[in-house]
Ligand binder design. Structure first.
Ligand SMILES: NC(=O)c1ccc[n+]([C@@H]2O[C@H](COP(=O)([O-])OP(=O)(O)OC[C@H]3O[C@@H](n4cnc5c(N)ncnc54)[C@H](O)[C@@H]3O)[C@@H](O)[C@H]2O)c1
Length: 246
């Protein structure tokens, strides 16, 4: 029963929820009793998932790098469910290549979506969360945001920035009862950014010898969104099968 779920009473905005981990978070959050606003650039897939999830879900077309789109998401959330008390800044762009060979406009666009878009989300949702009596913001970083990984210069820069933004926002918003945490996934299967299956050498570098499942990341997001993590803020939460131990 939804009313007995770990997220009963939570109203969550999840960006980039049309596919990959964002879509899984939406499914798991609804199953745990939350009401969820799914946002994405991809209207068809996002709307289809919201329809599948029923009355506890709403899809809003959203470009996270546009302030006016955030205003529309906030207004739609308020109208459908009331003030949100959870935000997952999940939407992101990804490309790799030598750091000195990236196209400047592509670099600017990635930083605009991954960093500026996450900051916009935090700045736009903070007043609503104060009104709701507090909340939990979860930002998606990456192992590329804690190591120097070859060809991950631009994407990695954005994911390092997410950790800085997370810690600074945790300081500034903590007195308002708003917690801010980062999730740092390793390779998660069946997602847009995962690429294909890992080869033997890549698997050998992971102590648990497998890729992660989307549902495993969703369970961490449920914990960070729920009151069970009420005293946890500003943290880097690595979920990678031990990959970052090297
Ligand atoms: N997949 C992995 O293995 C992995 C590992 C580490 C970190 N991450 C991070 O986890 C998050 C989810 O990754 P994923 O692989 O599930 O993603 P994905 O590529 O499967 O999905 C990303 C979604 O974001 C949407 N999106 C892109 N730009 C947008 C914009 N401007 N506005 C709104 N929506 C936009 C896309 O349409 C897409 O639906 C990302 O932040 C990613 O950086 C992923």
């Amino acid at each position: 029963m939804a009313s007995t779920g770990k997220l009963h009473g939570k109203i969550a905005i999840i960006t980039g929820a049309a596919q990959g981990m964002g879509a899984e978070h939406a499914r798991v959050f609804v199953a745990e009793g939350a009401r969820v606003v799914l946002t994405d650039l991809q209207e068809q897939a996002g709307q289809a998932l919201a329809t599948e999830l029923g009355a506890s879900a709403l899809f809003v077309r959203h470009d996270v790098s546009k302030a006016q789109d955030w205003d529309a998401v906030i207004a739609a959330t308020r109208a459908a469910f009331g003030p949100a008390n959870v935000l997952i800044n999940n939407a992101a762009m990804y490309f790799i290549g030598p750091v000195d060979e990236a196209d400047p406009e592509r670099v600017r666009k990635l930083l605009d979506v991954n960093v500026f878009g996450s900051w916009l989300g935090i700045s736009r949702i903070a007043p609503m969360m104060r009104e709701a009596g507090g909340g939990s913001i979860i930002n998606l970083s990456s192992l590329a945001g804690m190591r120097g990984i070859p060809w991950h210069g631009i994407y990695g820069t954005s994911k390092w920035a997410i950790r800085g933004l997370t810690k600074t926002a945790a300081y500034d918003l903590g007195p308002s009862g708003i917690r801010v945490n980062a999730i740092l996934p390793g390779a998660i299967e069946e997602t847009g950014m995962a690429g294909g299956p890992l080869d033997e050498t890549q698997l050998a570098a992971i102590p648990l010898r497998r890729t992660g499942r989307k549902s495993e990341v969703s369970q961490l997001a449920v914990f960070l969104a729920s009151d069970e993590s009420a005293y946890i803020t500003g943290g880097d939460h690595v979920i990678d099968g031990g990959r970052a131990l090297w």
